[in-house]
Design a protein around this ligand. Structure first.
Ligand SMILES: O=C(O)CCC(=O)C(=O)O
Ligand SMILES: [Fe+2]
Length: 231
């Protein structure tokens, strides 16, 4: 069943209609709109706030080329991409096991995206969670996720303001690509044939997040669950 929803400007007329049906955006890339209930989203926002208030706050990562990312990030679980964070330790003093809520969400996400019989249901055990925070003007350029060992899928959960997520091809940063609107509570999984697809976040739709989420200053949170080593 197609379930279109209407996007309106603040108090204004309908801008355009967006298909909010679950869809395989590309082989191995699955978008599940409204995956999390509002109460679950609220819990996750609260948890993210708690996690980033610890010894490892959100920060603007320095990219290998020397640039600074406009989104802010924090990593939990395995250190991973330590060089991005300017940290020299190889072991996480907070312990490398992710909070059980994230392990459970990871397992549920894989079942949702690929089905209960999929081989990934057994093999996907996330060891790292990356939290990204986008203020209204933050972006993420087209890139491939190359820091993980293995070819396990990436599980992505969106909270707060809606974003435009761009899923490209595995060869180049440019076209062909598809733009998908990710709203709060949406799940996006990209693995299999799409695991090495370039992707990015070209826009945040400021002020679209539900005030009940408690993100007073708006913005978008994104949690990605990744298997960065064989647990
Ligand atoms: O924010 C998103 O939806 C994507 C984040 C991402 O691609 C990354 O952190 O590698
Ligand atoms: Fe990425």
């Amino acid at each position: 069943m197609r379930r279109p929803s209407v996007l309106r400007g603040p108090g204004g007329p309908e801008l355009f209609t967006i298909d909010r049906t679950r869809q395989d955006v590309a082989p191995g890339a699955v978008h599940v709109p409204d995956w999390l209930a509002l109460s679950e989203q609220m819990d996750l926002v609260r948890l993210c706030r708690l996690w980033v208030s610890g010894p490892r706050p959100l920060k603007h990562r320095t990219l290998p080329g020397g640039g600074t990312m406009s989104a802010q990030s924090m990593v939990m679980g395995d250190y991973w991409t330590q060089s991005w964070f300017g940290e020299s330790n190889t072991l996480n003093p907070q312990g490398s096991t992710l909070p059980s809520v994230l392990l459970e969400l990871g397992a549920r996400a894989i079942r949702e995206a690929y089905g209960a019989q999929a081989p990934e249901v057994r093999s996907f055990v996330p060891t790292t969670a990356l939290i990204n925070f986008y203020s209204h003007d933050a972006r993420m350029g087209m890139h491939q996720d190359l820091d993980e060992t293995g070819d396990d899928p990436i599980v992505s959960i969106s909270l707060g303001d809606t974003c435009v997520f761009r899923l490209g091809n595995t060869e180049t940063r440019s076209r062909p690509y598809q733009d998908v609107e990710l709203r709060s509570g949406d799940l996006f999984v990209f693995g299999r044939e799409s695991r090495w697809a370039f992707h990015g976040v070209p826009a945040i739709r400021s002020g679209t997040g539900d005030p009940q989420l408690g993100m007073r200053d708006g913005g978008r949170l994104n949690i990605t669950l990744r298997r960065t080593r064989q647990a």
